[in-house]
Structure formats: C-alpha cells, structure tokens
Design a protein around this ligand. Structure first.
Ligand SMILES: Nc1ncnc2c1ncn2[C@@H]1O[C@H](COP(=O)(O)OP(=O)(O)O)[C@@H](O)[C@H]1O
Ligand SMILES: [Mg+2]
Length: 262
C-alpha cells in the first residue's frame, strides 16, 4: 500500500486561518482527485463543528483522546465520511489531552509519538492526511508535528504575525533537536489579505522570512466564512470565489512537494 502523505496546519496564534486554510486545501486536493482525511486535533473542535459533526464532538465513545492514549484500539472507528473527504473529529475529551499527554510524558512514556502511532494504523487509506493543530504550543501540537513532519503555515498579514512566525519556527527547531527529526516547511499562506500598506509590508516580510518556499496570498473573502458555516470547502459552496484558484495552487504545491504527480 502506498504511504499516506501527512501535513500539519501550524501556527500557535489563534485566528490565523489554520482551520479555514486546512478545510479548503483538503477540498482542493479532493478536486485534484486525491483522497484526504482531515484530522481535527484542536480540542475546541471548530473544524468538527464546521464540517457538520457537532454531535460527534460530544460522543463519549469512541473519542480521539482514548485512541491516542490506548494504542491497541482500532482508529478506523473514528473516521467519518464527509462529501469531500474523510474526517477524524475532535472531541470534548480532547480538552484533557494536554494534561493526559504531559502526565504520560512525565512518567517516561513516548507521548509525543501517540498520534504518529495512531495514523500508522491507518496508513495507505488516503493520499493525504491534513492535521488541524490547536492555537497553542504544547503536547498536542508536538504530536501533530511529530506525526506529519511537514507543515503548512497560515499567517495573517498584520504586524503581530512576525513574532508568531518567529516563535513557531523556534518551536520547530526545539522539537527537531529534542526528537532528532526533521520538519519540512512546505509553504506559507498569507491569509485574510486586504489591500492596505500593512498587508503589503507583511507580505514582503513573509517572503523574506520564507525565502525557500512558496508564499501564497489568500484574500479576505466572506465566501470562505459562508462555506465554513455550510460545512463545506469553497469548492462545494454554491457561490463561486476567486480564491478557488489560489487553493488549487496551494494543493498543487503540496502535490509537488510530495512528488505525488499522478
Ligand atoms: N481568508 C479569509 N477571509 C475571511 N475570513 C477568514 C479568512 N480566513 C479565516 N477567516 C475567518 O477568520 C476566523 C479565524 O479563522 P480560523 O480558520 O478559525 O483560524 P484558526 O484555525 O487559525 O484559529 C474564522 O471566523 C474564519 O471564518
Ligand atoms: Mg482552528
């Protein structure tokens, strides 16, 4: 079976567009004929709710946290079908994940590897797994980076982004050293771009911060919010949007990064 390529939407600042960019890149990969599983690793479950699985978020069993902590369970029972791609939903129990994972870590268990192990059990089922990380640094985000070893970085074109991007790059370096791994940056996405001087300056700053990878521009568009409220990506949302072309370009960059050209 071919290996499933994995990537994480990564930026510990909230509201930068991890969930929005993630859902729409997943939709774009599906448009390109790729099979995708979207993993909502954010305890707040925004993607889970947005994609129409709000009742599943409150389900006691199965839940993602138990599956992370209990290696012998079959994670395929977590997988839900969405019209564009499959979904592993978040769960209210994930609110305890930082605590539970740090206890295991403290007790000497390899807690950083739990998501990697879980996804290994599902390997080969899809072309891509996209992991929507929570808006903070910690055990959950380290699990996402460790499992995927590839990141797509959405950042806002406002001045607070500079520090957020510097911090996240520091965290990648820290984890690389601690775990002796390499985490690859696939692309950065300047998100919610508006036409003003600050946005122009930040786009330039992002291009200088990421000289070796593509930096895409996703403009501020209500169509993206409306699609989210309808539980779909912009590709399945009735109103057409000029951002579809941008998300297809991002999907193509992902496909090229993994050398997955068929
Ligand atoms: N390009 C965009 N245009 C308009 N609204 C956007 C755009 N990207 C994100 N949003 C909105 O901004 C808010 C935060 O985005 P979200 O994807 O939830 O960020 P994160 O997952 O990083 O916290 C959401 O309400 C979302 O609908
Ligand atoms: Mg989010």
């Amino acid at each position: 079976m071919p290996q499933t390529n994995r990537l994480t939407l990564y930026n510990a600042k909230g509201g930068t567009g991890k969930t929005t960019v993630g859902i729409n890149v997943a939709g774009a990969l599906a448009q390109r004929g790729k099979s995708v599983c979207f993993v909502d690793l954010d305890p707040q479950g925004n993607a889970t709710e947005g994609l129409g699985f709000v009742e599943i978020y409150d389900l006691e069993d199965p839940n993602l946290l138990d599956h992370l902590l209990e290696a012998d369970r079959d994670p395929s029972e977590l997988v839900l079908e969405h019209e564009e791609f499959d979904v592993i939903p978040s769960n209210v129990e994930m609110l305890n994940a930082e605590y539970e994972l740090s206890i295991d870590d403290y007790e000497g268990y390899p807690a950083v590897e739990y998501l990697d192990d879980l996804l290994d059990d599902l390997d080969g089922q899809w072309d891509y797994i996209l992991i929507d990380a929570p808006p903070f640094f910690g055990e959950i985000t380290d699990n996402a980076l460790y499992a995927s070893k590839n990141v797509l970085i959405p950042a806002l074109t406002e001045s607070t982004s500079e520090r957020a991007v510097e911090l996240l790059l520091d965290q990648i370096v820290r984890l690389e050293r601690e775990e002796d791994i390499f985490v690859d940056e696939i692309a950065a996405v300047a998100n919610r771009v508006e036409t003003n001087n600050e946005a122009e300056r930040m786009k330039e700053w992002m291009e200088s911060a990421f000289p070796d990878i593509p930096v895409f521009n996703v403009r501020k568009r209500v169509a993206l919010q409306r699609a989210h409220s309808e539980g779909v990506s912009i590709f399945k949302h009735e109103e057409s949007s000029d951002m579809e072309a941008v998300f297809l370009e991002i999907a193509d960059a992902v496909i090229e990064h993994f050398g997955d050209t068929q």
